[in-house]
Write a protein that binds this ligand. Sequence first.
Ligand SMILES: *Cc1c(COP(=O)(O)O)cnc(C)c1O
Length: 344
Amino acid sequence: MVAEMRIRLDEFPRFRLLDGPTPVQRLVRLEQRLGPATGGARLWVKRDDVMGVGGGGNKLRKLEFLIGEAVAQGCDTFITTGGLQSNHARQSAAAAARAGLACELMLSDVVPRHDQAYRTNGNLLLDDLFGATVHRLPGDVNALDAARARADEIGREGRKAYVVGSGGSSPLGCLGYAVCAAEILEEEQVAGRRFEAIVVPNGSAGTHAGLAAGLSAAGDDPRRILSFTVLAPLDKALEETRRLASQALNLIAPDCSLAEDAIRIDGSQRGDAYGLPTDAMVDALRIMARTEGLLLDPVYSGKAFAGVLAGMRTGAWRDRDVLFVMTGGVPGLFAYRDAIASGG
Ligand SMILES: *Cc1c(COP(=O)(O)O)cnc(C)c1O
């Protein structure tokens, strides 16, 4: 089944940005620290924060397919959208540089954080270093419309631009996480282990949707995936993730359809809004850093991992194996200094 899915994925042009499957590691010290309340749950992480280009992170998987299509179409410029501290924008800038494409980023001022670190450091510093052209837009301007207008302008100059929206979460971009699903199934087969839950953050929904499409196409159960929404409210996140998952599934397995109850999302860790810190997020960052020496990010993986810790502490996965996909975003830490630093 897994091999069959790989054949369908191979039909799409791909620009390689990963060196192969990312590692899966067990967090034994953290399990011990959480103690008997977990009921002996085993906690694993898939290290999608460990990749060779641009500081790594989950967007590189999507960009393999997006840059692949841009190159196949003969484009010379890659345009995308996001918030000021978008990890997707930074990884796009790096991936475009590696593919020899110009990169333009339409970045919206959507998060009410006004300190200098947020407005100049972190991902913004790296966008500049990777040579991208940054257009800063007010929060109420439609960034995708602005991106399309810019692409038209580039077209009139006799060049050709590829446009994708925030998070790279087009149905094609989601295929990057169908590949990740195949890696997880392969790893399970080799290790003789089955994860009860596969946990991810949910922002633009492509990570969850791609994993769900990948598991469905392989005949496995997408209900094993649990995401924590950090951007859209729960009902909108469910709707968008379902829509994207069935579109992605349609690309790789047109005969399959997504089960009615395939998508499971938890809304408890979002906090007041996208990009606004929560106490549980800061606790999650600290416990992961101090017991395992690993870095989560303040906007996505920190909030989702706070949800994993809550589940572990209430014995939700007694005697089972749980996999958390670490999605990267480390540069965001430097944009959230005020929220994270202990004692200023
Ligand atoms: C974008 C992002 C996510 C969310 O992925 P989506 O596919 O947008 O849902 C999670 N973690 C990090 C670090 C990200 O940058």
